[in-house]
Write a protein that binds this ligand. Structure first.
Ligand SMILES: [Zn+2]
Length: 412
């Protein structure tokens, strides 16, 4: 037996006046999702806890069966892992942005005009040569896509309990990095980061790439913003927890990083972008193919979350209908006598507020031995009447693994 978990990022929503008080899932035409719900067992799920708006990283960790209140250690390490950067235990990782600041360190553009990969790579090469502000410390800096980069600090006496330098909006001054707890490690780490920030600034300020950018009327990338400090979570890989081989098909670096931290293999799908224009069918094909030599495959689609953050409910409905076509392909291709299919969202993202919300998400599981219920549609309200009742996100994985006969008996 095998299992495929399909996660529509932020796919759950609240009822919208413009959709006749339906949610996008209720308004969409999605015969395959409804088929999965009617053949399967359904429920609603609080990814973290009732009323707690989840991050995509904590939600995905929870859906992989981990207790996030115990293991979550910040976003930075997941970003680094997701870009393929090696992270060791004790490393403190940050997400970074090349930004444009004025002489008073007011941020003019947090993305430095969405600087090209070519320019960012040249700047990153120069930053790699900067001497670490402390003798016993190493740092690794890598640009990823456009203005984005990751920074890893390695050495003794480091802590991830430090604030961001990123003010998060243009027009505000960059923030001094401060310790978030009263420990020597946090104080030292904040000092190191402020010093490194200054050193980076000095290199970037007179850099030939930036001179050229200014000459061409482009904003110079003259500052690196640090945010989202994190360390590797102390978790056992899924292979060890359940004795399974697991892979993931995802485009978003954060989700890829979470999956890599859980010991999953990262697969590539051509044209998978993490946007509403992603290549849905390439992802479906990659997932179906992966089921041939994996016990568990996670297929993640970022698009519905993107539409929700933009408040674009029409696009969200279209995206859901595209995911439905993707599911139709999967239903047609996989051996349904040997495969459990689970469909859910990692959280609710409201098209009204544009934010992640703490509302539960729908869940449907179809497979050879599920006790199907009377639910006929896949959406927030219909699934609330299903046989799974109301679950926590961390319970999904044991439920799936039990179907795969991978969970040990508790007791005699
Ligand atoms: Zn998410």
């Amino acid at each position: 037996m095998k299992a495929l978990l399909i996660i529509g990022d932020g796919m759950a929503d609240r009822p919208l006046k413009e959709l006749g008080w339906k949610t996008p899932l209720e308004a969409a035409n999605k015969p395959s999702m409804d088929h999965l719900a009617s053949m399967g067992v359904c429920g609603i799920m609080d990814p973290i806890a009732p009323g707690t708006p989840p991050g995509s990283d904590t939600a995905t960790l929870a859906l992989l069966g981990y207790d996030v209140f115990k293991v979550y250690s910040g976003r930075g390490a997941f970003e680094a892992l997701g870009w393929g950067v090696e992270v060791a235990e004790g490393d403190v990782c940050f997400r970074c942005n090349f930004a444009t600041v004025d002489e008073n360190l007011t941020v003019l553009d947090r993305r430095a005009g969405r600087i090209s990969n070519v320019d960012a790579s040249k700047l990153a090469e120069s930053l790699k040569k900067v001497k670490a502000p402390r003798e016993d410390l190493e740092f690794f800096f890598t640009n990823t896509v456009q203005h984005r980069a990751v920074l890893i600090l390695r050495g003794p006496k480091l802590s991830a309990a430090v604030s961001d330098s990123d003010p998060e909006t243009n027009g505000e001054k960059i923030k001094e990095i401060k310790p978030l707890e009263n420990t020597p490690e946090a104080k030292l780490t904040a000092e190191v980061l402020n010093a490194l920030s200054q050193k980076f600034r000095e290199v970037l300020d007179g850099h030939p790439v930036n001179k050229e950018r200014v000459a061409c009327g482009q904003p110079p990338a003259n500052f690196v913003l640090f945010r989202g400090a994190g360390t590797l979570p102390k978790i056992k890989p899924l292979s060890e927890l359940y004795g399974i081989k697991a892979s993931c098909v995802a485009a978003t670096s954060l989700i890829r990083g979470v999956c890599r931290a859980a010991g999953m293999q990262l697969l590539e799908a051509k044209g998978a972008t993490g946007t509403p224009e992603t290549n849905y069918m390439a992802k479906a094909k990659a997932a179906v193919q992966a089921l041939e030599n994996n016990d568990f495959v996670l297929l993640h689609v970022k698009a519905p979350d993107v539409s929700s953050h933009d408040g674009n409910f029409k696009q969200k409905v279209e995206v859901i209908e595209k995911i439905d076509k993707m599911l139709a392909y999967i239903l047609n291709k996989v051996d349904l006598g040997e495969t459990y299919l689970a469909l859910t969202a990692d959280h609710t993202t409201s098209c009204i507020t544009g934010k992640h919300e703490g509302d539960p998400v729908p869940l449907a599981i179809m497979g050879p031995h599920v006790r199907s219920d009377d639910v006929k549609e896949f959406n927030e309200r219909a699934c609330a009447k299903g046989g799974l009742g109301r679950l926590r996100g961390k319970h999904l994985m044991p439920i799936l693994m039990n179907f795969l006969d991978k969970v040990k008996k508790f007791g005699a």
